[in-house]
Design a protein around this ligand. Structure first.
Ligand SMILES: [Zn+2]
Length: 279
């Protein structure tokens, strides 16, 4: 599943290519992929709009359009992909996964592919419709790429009885971290994933405040993780998975202490860690 680094990579690669280009028409091949408004209105709202900017909030991509307060919002969820392709793009191989297609005035197409169909697109035209269209948007937590500090994290996790791993995945606390980077962050911070979040001490919180943005920024630098087929807007694979410390390395030697990486199930998710390095 794309997490913050992968979404940020898609944002950066599209930003360079998309700004200033105009949507000539929109094709919706799967109506349920449109979260808001109706597919018919979605097409009408976006037709003729020009891309002005792209920002990100957690794992949501916000495409700012020329018309004030108008946005196309995209969440890739499990398997969504946004690809910018030229007109002659060969759809044969993957065409059955293309859910929405934006024809651009540059002759290119912005296509939204989604094999697992959990991804969503919304067209909103004000803060009011944003809250109406995506109620959970308002409760998104802290952006982990912004400057964090230990005190702030200790306050955030205060009295939380859930494990620190589960707390890192809670989008209302910190937004954008998923299963891969939660495991990587906890390894780097030397914290056992089952540690109750409320028990994180001052030193650990201070450490996490550094490790969280560092881990995510390193993943962005490496083009993200292509464990589940992730590619950027140009179809390029990421490389983080080759330098992961624990994620996807069950039974292999810890890169620091050489003992085998453990895997447990935690709240239904695989959790990878080193028993020696993460006390
Ligand atoms: Zn180790």
């Amino acid at each position: 599943m794309p997490e913050l680094p992968e979404v940020e990579i898609v944002r950066r690669s599209l930003l360079k290519e998309l700004v200033g280009k105009k949507i000539l028409s929109v094709e919706v091949f799967r109506e349920l992929s449109i979260g808001y408004p109706t597919p018919e209105r979605f097409r009408k709202e976006l037709k003729g709009q020009t891309f002005r900017d792209i920002s990100r909030r957690g794992k949501y991509l916000l495409f700012h359009l020329k018309e004030r307060n108008k946005f196309l919002i995209v969440h890739l969820r499990m398997s969504g992909r946004l690809l910018l392709v030229d007109k002659k793009h060969d759809f044969d191989k993957r065409s059955k996964f293309v859910r929405v297609n934006f024809m651009l005035n540059s002759g290119e197409q912005l296509i939204f592919e989604d094999m697992r169909v959990f991804g969503r697109l919304w067209a909103v035209s004000s803060k009011i419709t944003l809250a109406e269209a995506i109620p959970s948007f308002a409760s998104l937590g802290i952006e982990p790429l912004n400057e964090l500090n230990g005190k702030q994290l200790q306050t955030l996790f205060h009295k939380k009885r859930q494990s620190i791993k589960t707390a890192l995945l809670d989008q209302r606390l910190l937004t954008g971290i998923g299963n891969i980077y939660a495991d990587e962050i906890l390894f780097q911070a030397g914290i056992h994933p089952l540690t109750p979040a409320g028990k994180i001490n001052k030193k650990q919180a201070k450490n996490l405040a550094k490790v969280i943005p560092n881990t995510l920024n390193k993943a962005i630098k490496l083009g993200g993780s292509s464990i589940k087929d992730f590619v950027d807007a140009k179809g390029v694979n990421g490389n983080y998975q080759h330098s992961a410390f624990v994620y996807g390395r069950t039974g292999r030697k810890c890169r620091l202490c050489k003992s085998p990486i453990e895997r447990i199930k935690l709240a239904g998710r695989s959790t990878h860690f080193c028993l020696i390095c993460q006390k």
